[in-house]
Design a protein around this ligand. Structure first.
Ligand code: NAD
Length: 288
């Protein structure tokens, strides 16, 4: 396929590399002037999108996505496909999909989970929103860049799945960190706590796979001085998106709101640390 790739940052660069390695013709554009071996450098988003079967975007937020969509949709031919893999607000995803549809272009919102490691290894999970036809076109590309793709529903459903999942993750990580901080004050050994919780009803991904305690459980960012992983600033971004969405539809998410407030405080000084650094941050707040 002839693919235009717009947004060659931490995630976009390895994703574009994997498409090239699979034999696709990729033209890439990033405002930061990133060049990648095997990716034809374009001078603008419109140049990257012109004459392509598929355009993929991997951008920081919904406002930038909307601007880029305004630029590229007019130069994309009817029958082509726009796949947005960024994490953005549901509203932006739906607006871009409507704009695309009006121009005869198929839009798919397809945010990912798996982080930079997953993008590099080609093991991302894609959560897609859009038509059956759009998902069918995107699927072979998802299979190259990832190991799992779920068609979640109509336009915006991929973004909805992503922010709901990450709201659970943010809340559960805080719960796990609170429990380990409490256990320490109660003089309960962290390894013993892990042994019990990881096989009891408190077990969850934040304990079993991504334990926030250094030296306990499988290898995680806690064992690497809380180097991300998944940065606290990105968790805060996703939690804020969940709260915007909850406000827009009138959903009660009291713990989501509390998690957002806590990550906002924690990320002020530690936004570039992994989100599991909530544990040492909570410990600094506990009374001696
Ligand atoms: P990043 O900041 O490294 O990359 C974004 C890139 O977009 C940058 O290189 C920037 O120069 C470029 N850009 C900005 N405006 C542009 C424009 N108008 N035209 C072209 N390029 C433009 O961010 P990232 O970590 O690669 O994340 C990208 C998206 O993926 C975000 O929406 C993020 O929330 C999501 N995401 C990131 C991770 C992660 O672990 N990094 C995990 C899952 C999802």
């Amino acid at each position: 396929m002839r693919i235009g790739f717009i947004g060659l940052g931490n995630m976009g660069t390895p994703m574009a590399r994997n498409l090239v390695a699979a034999g696709h013709q990729v033209a890439g554009f990033d405002v930061a002037g990133v060049t990648i071996e095997g990716v034809a450098p374009a001078q603008s988003a419109t140049e990257a999108a012109t004459g392509r079967d598929v355009v993929i975007t991997m951008l920081p937020n919904g406002a930038i996505l909307r601007n880029v969509a305004d630029e590229v949709l007019p130069v994309m031919a009817p029958g082509t496909t726009l796949i947005d893999c960024s994490t953005v607000d549901v509203e932006s995803a739906r607006t871009v999909a409507e704009q695309a549809q009006a121009a005869g272009i198929t839009a798919v919102d397809a945010p990912v989970s798996g982080g930079i490691g997953g993008a590099t290894a080609g093991t991302l999970t894609f959560m897609a929103g859009g038509t059956d036809e759009g998902f069918a076109t995107a699927r072979p590309l998802f299979d190259i860049m990832g190991q799992k793709a779920v068609h979640c529903g109509a336009a915006g459903a991929g973004q909805a799945a992503k922010i709901c999942n990450n709201m659970i993750l943010g809340i559960s990580m805080i719960g796990v960190c609170e429990a380990f901080a409490l256990a320490e004050k109660l003089e309960l050994d962290a390894q013993k706590m892990f042994d019990v919780v990881s096989t009891s009803s408190g077990s969850c991904w934040s304990v079993n796979t991504y334990c926030p305690v250094p030296g306990v459980g499988p290898q995680s960012p806690a064992d690497n001085n809380y180097t991300p992983g998944f940065a606290a600033a990105l968790m805060l971004k996703d939690l804020r998106l969940s709260q915007d969405a909850a406000g827009a539809v009138g959903a009660a998410t009291p713990l989501g709101a509390q998690a957002t407030a806590l990550y906002a405080q924690m990320a002020e000084d530690h936004g570039d640390q992994d989100f599991s650094a909530m544990l040492p941050w909570l410990k600094t707040r506990g009374a001696d």
